[in-house]
Ligand binder design. Structure first.
Ligand code: HEM
Length: 482
């Protein structure tokens, strides 16, 4: 790799946590060392050639919860260095098997023996997003996915693009003429706006506010510390939010069924597979609530990561702008294909800041994970974030270096499961093209209107406790193009 192809070193998001919580990684390391009590997860059955899953129990009662929460990715790397790609930790009261690196990721996501269920997600988001596509398993999941796929065909994507383009162009045109802007809340509002309009179609201003609040409450509830229905607390607000969303979608269903319109809600009411399968009313409601969640947070995180990376790497910002300025008028899918610099930048941003840093599964029968015996009932965590920073896979993994995805380097091709921001296997993100399209449209319009910078030496304080989020809102200095 030539030095010239490497841009300014990206300030490694792992190093952010100590900035936000001074000494957190040091405390995590010390706790980890103090609480280490090596113990295998469970012995393999007699006569089995499998090895047990190695790991340690940590402290009595709390296990490694604090080492894990404070140390984040640094902790995971220590565990990998000590035990290898398959190990276990005790955190949040659960025995969690860590499946780290591309081989373990592949084995779990491909799920050849159907040993791993999506019910691993149930614990985190089940009450608020029940029966969303990601929470279904096996044959039932495949059937629902086949039906939903009809809402994401190329002609439908072209329709969503047209309306997203219109909405974003209008919104960005209204941004202040210059000065400081907090990118994260602005993008979050905008992407929620996109989701309500593109997904739901004909909302009124009043519905928008009510739905957005309900929606934010359901998303937040997943990260509640107190996971019980106590009035006033997050969990309770999440349950109320779920009810508001259900009532809204149910009330609108008859009209959506009666006349086909161009939004996703209508699409789900009318899609049909070649063999005539369709969604029931309950299915449509459950899928809509999940889709809203799956779409908007991930797009906001990705767009924030791209804007931060382009601020820190102005030469890439100029390269991307050149292609955006070369396009004029309304965007088409073919236009988006011409934004090849943004393609590389988005891929690299998704590597450095995977919006879904880890994926949950649960073993529903005894499983063989890379030669280790994983007992039924164990929670599994698959970590794109970990794989994306493995020096075994990536040249200078901490550097922002979009060229790594271009020929001839194609570092992502080293292993099919090296770059996995959208997951893999049967549950691979169904909104991958829609999401990338939205991010591209957003950045394209911002590139055409502004140059943007961050203060010298700025480091994004990614908060990694739930989905990654810039703890400071990501302040950008906007300079309108003359
Ligand atoms: C940059 C944006 C996005 C990222 C990084 C992302 C990431 C992911 C990941 C990692 C999964 C797999 C979860 C698992 O295996 O447990 C997933 C699944 C899913 N995503 Fe996305 N997503 C994005 C955008 C979207 C959008 C825009 C939509 C909808 C329009 C969407 C809808 C879904 C759905 C329905 C699933 C479940 C698929 C299934 O279980 O078959 N995502 N996403």
């Amino acid at each position: 790799m030539s030095e010239a192809s490497v841009s300014t070193t990206w300030k490694h998001p792992d190093k952010i946590r100590p900035a936000a919580l001074p000494g957190a990684v040091r405390v995590s390391t010390a706790l980890d060392r103090l609480g280490r009590r090596n113990r295998d997860l469970a012995p393999p059955p007699a006569g089995s050639s499998l090895k047990p899953v190695p790991g340690n129990k940590g402290f009595p009662l709390v296990g490694q919860t604090f080492s894990f929460m404070l140390g984040g990715p640094d902790f995971t790397r220590r565990v990998y260095d000590r035990y290898g790609p398959v190990s276990w930790i005790k955190s949040l009261g659960l025995d969690i098997c860590l499946a780290l690196g591309p081989d373990a990721t592949q084995s779990v996501l491909v799920n050849a023996d159907k040993a791993y269920s999506q019910s691993g997600w149930e614990w985190f988001i089940g009450p608020f997003f029940r029966r969303g596509l990601m929470l279904l398993d096996f044959d039932e999941h495949l059937l629902h996915r086949r039906i939903m796929q009809e809402a994401f065909t190329r002609p439908r994507l072209a329709g969503y693009l047209e309306r997203t383009d219109e909405l974003v162009a209008k919104d960005v045109a209204g941004w202040p003429e210059g000065g400081q802007m907090f990118a994260y809340p602005t993008l979050k509002r905008l992407s929620l706006d996109i989701a309500t309009h593109i997904f739901m179609g004909d909302t009124t201003g009043e519905d928008d506010a009510k739905l957005q609040t309900a929606f934010i409450d359901t998303v937040r509830a997943g990260t509640s510390v107190i996971r019980a229905d106590v009035p006033g607390l997050r969990w309770h607000r999440g349950l109320l939010g779920r009810r508001v969303l259900e009532d809204y979608f149910r009330a609108k269903l008859p009209a959506k069924r009666a006349t086909e319109t161009e939004d996703l809600f209508s699409a789900l009411c009318h899609v049909e597979t070649e063999t005539g399968e369709t969604f029931s009313d309950d299915d449509v409601v459950n899928h809509m609530i999940f889709l809203m969640m799956a779409a908007h947070d991930t797009s906001t995180i990705t767009t924030s990561a791209v804007l931060a990376a382009l601020a820190a790497n102005p030469e890439w910002q100029e390269r991307a702008r050149e292609q955006s300025l070369a396009l004029d008028g309304e965007l088409s899918l073919e236009d988006l294909d011409k934004l090849t610099v943004l393609d590389l930048v988005i891929k690299e941003s998704l590597r450095l800041t995977a919006p879904v840093p880890s994926m949950a599964r649960k073993a529903i029968k005894d499983a063989d994970l890379l030669g280790h015996h994983v007992p039924a009932g164990t929670f599994i965590s698959v970590s794109p974030w970990f794989s994306h920073y493995m020096p075994e896979l990536w040249t200078r993994p901490e550097a922002f270096d979009p060229e790594r995805f271009a020929e001839p380097r194609s570092e992502d091709k080293v292993h099919r499961y090296a770059w996995v921001p959208f997951g893999g296997g049967a549950h691979k993100c169904i909104g991958m093209y829609f999401g990338t399209q939205e991010v591209k449209i957003l950045v394209h319009h911002i590139l055409r209107r502004f140059r943007w910078t961050t203060p010298p030496g700025y480091v994004v304080p990614w908060d990694l406790l739930a989905l990654p989020m810039p703890a400071d809102g990501l302040p950008l200095e906007l300079h309108p193009l003359s």
